[in-house]
Structures are given as C-alpha cells and as structure tokens.
Design a protein around this ligand. Structure first.
Ligand code: AMP
Ligand code: ZN
Length: 111
C-alpha cells in the first residue's frame, strides 16, 4: 500500500520524530499551522481515527493520552486537537492522525 505515513513509521521517509512507541508515532507536521503542530499517528494503518476507535479503542485512548502528555511536556496550557475525517473536512492523508496545535490563539468556531 502506498501510504505516506506508513512510510514514516517504517523509516522510509524522514520526519522530525518527537516520540515513537510500539503502537504510535509522534512527529512534527511538515507545514505547521501553529508554533506547535504535531501529528500523532497509530503505527498500524487505519484510514481515520474513527476506524482506530472502532477497531482498537485502547489505541485511540493511547493517542489522546499522548496528545495531552506532549502538550504538558511542551508547557501548553491551551491547545487544539484536530481530527479531519474525510476529504470534505480537509483530510489529505488517509492514515489516521491527530493534530496537536498550540502556541497561538484559535478562533472558535473556525472561520
Ligand atoms: P490532514 O489534512 O488532516 O490529512 O493532515 C495531513 C497533514 O500531514 C498536513 O497537515 C500535512 O502538512 C502533513 N504532512 C504531509 N506530508 C508530511 C510529511 N512528509 N511529514 C510531516 N507531515 C506531513
Ligand atoms: Zn498508512
């Protein structure tokens, strides 16, 4: 399967890896939308986070927990977790990922 994020997990494409465990990988987004813009992805291929939650709820929990822990390590007291699901919502890479964004203010609702 030709998947960009599977290749990052396999080390076939370089990325600024922040953390890697047996089950998930954390790396900096190549086109940051905020001073902190980190992606947290399962090592196993799933198309989106809903599929992760359905197939492996514990893994979905690990990914959310990692996001909170990393935000705390960086010292972010507020941040946004973003999960684009489907092309119409802006998903461009169809390997599940959670965006952790911080270091600037965010409008809500998004414009
Ligand atoms: P989404 O649009 O929600 O599917 O998010 C995909 C994200 O992957 C975007 O924010 C891209 O900037 C990011 N991205 C694409 N290619 C790479 C790469 N090689 N390394 C790191 N991040 C990437
Ligand atoms: Zn993949």
């Amino acid at each position: 399967m030709d998947c960009l994020f599977c290749k990052i997990v396999a080390g076939e494409i370089p990325a600024a890896i922040v953390k890697k465990t047996k089950t998930f990988t954390v790396f900096n987004d190549i086109t940051p939308q905020a001073p902190t813009h980190i992606l947290i992805i399962p090592n196993q291929h799933f198309e989106n986070m809903a599929e992760v939650a359905d197939a492996d709820p514990a893994l979905a929990g690990e990914i959310f927990k990692a996001a909170g822990e990393i935000a705390a390590e960086i010292g972010l007291d507020s941040y946004r977790m973003n999960i684009n699901t489907g092309a119409g919502a802006g998903q461009s890479v169809f390997h599940a990922h959670l965006h952790l964004l911080g270091g600037r203010s965010f409008a809500w609702p998004p414009g």
